[in-house]
Design a binder for this molecule. Structure first.
Ligand code: NDP
Length: 295
């Protein structure tokens, strides 16, 4: 069996399914789902991400709107933008690119997001619903990771899963999903972080090892049990004089080192990253369908 889990192929499959759904909505005279993105400041990574959102929306037939504001935008002005997005019936969901400039309180602003439109699952009530096991939305990266496992036929039930990283957007929600009492969950989950003792030994017990540390190629073969599945969520751009582009993309896992030891692995690029955007598109469809149900 091919060891690589092909994120691109799985993402393309799901995007085709979404596109079919959108076409059927349009054929019935309905509107297409509409995603908005709010971006404050000139952060390069955020700009690139928002461009890829626009591209993904176009691919499946969604409408995309981008609201860009200068770095010096006040919290009050941003809050008014959110009021507008919360109340505009034509917008089904929106994302607020983080981090925000330092003079704006992310916590206060996130509280203002209408939970029904919170397709990035930032709002505390959506995170709470996720914890309680009846999520409205699932944060895009953990959702994409779960989709990847499901479509690649990797069972989590009864497995020893180790998640390295406990951020609110990746590690923590992923650990919650894996331990939930439902299909795709039912795993025994250990969460590791920078205070974990003997990280290597904990990781090497995992049947499925999830890595979201933000440290390029830190996880080597010594961290991996023979035959384990390795899911690399990290993504980094490293300078590389030998590459035409002058850089190369890698994950938190040292791929070439780990490949001979594991049974399956998600490559970077071409693994989990591909599914993140797809998961966001699914959240937008969910927001759209909930809105239609209420009308
Ligand atoms: P954060 O920096 O928010 O979190 C990193 C986590 O790793 C923290 O919990 C931290 O522990 C832990 N950690 C850091 N160093 C160590 C160490 N030496 N040993 C054990 N644990 C450690 O990162 P994110 O969760 O936002 O992102 C993680 C990775 O995933 C990054 O590479 C990022 O680029 C990538 N990413 C990829 C996405 C995709 O679509 N593919 C989307 C989002 C992120 P502590 O809590 O103690 O500080």
């Amino acid at each position: 069996m091919e060891k690589n889990i092909d994120g691109k192929q799985i993402a393309d499959e799901i995007k085709s399914e979404i596109a079919v759904k959108v076409k059927s909505l349009l054929d019935k005279g309905k509107t297409a789902p509409h995603l908005a993105a709010v971006i404050v400041g000139d952060d390069g990574a955020s700009q690139t991400y928002v461009q890829s959102i626009e591209r993904a929306c176009r691919e499946v037939g969604y409408v995309a709107s981008v609201y860009k504001f200068p770095e010096k935008t006040s919290e009050q002005d941003l809050s008014e933008v959110l009021d507008f997005l919360n109340n505009d019936d034509e917008i089904d969901g929106y994302i607020l690119q983080l981090p925000l400039p330092k003079h704006i309180s992310s916590e206060r602003i996130i509280d203002k997001i209408n939970p029904q439109k919170d397709v990035d699952c930032l709002h505390p009530s959506n995170m709470g619903n996720l914890l309680l096991g009846h999520p409205r939305f699932i944060p895009a990266t953990p959702y994409g990771t779960m989709l990847l496992l499901e479509r690649a036929g990797i069972e989590t039930e009864g497995k020893n899963c180790v998640v390295v990283g406990r951020s609110n957007i990746v590690g923590k929600p992923l650990a919650m999903l894996l331990s939930q009492k439902s299909a795709g969950g039912n795993a025994t989950v250990t969460v590791c972080h920078s205070h974990t003792q003997n990280l290597q030994s904990v990781c090497s017990e995992a049947d499925i090892l999830f890595v979201a540390i933000g440290k390029p190629e830190m996880i080597t073969a010594e961290y991996v049990k023979k035959g384990a599945v390795v899911v690399d969520i990290g993504v980094h751009r490293l300078p590389d004089a030998e590459s035409e582009k002058g850089y190369r993309i890698c994950g938190d896992v040292k791929y070439d080192d780990v490949l001979p030891r594991c049974s399956r692995i998600t490559p970077v690029p071409g693994g989990v990253g591909r599914l993140t955007m797809t998961a966001l598109l699914l959240n937008v469809m969910k927001a759209y369908e909930e809105k239609v149900e209420e009308m």
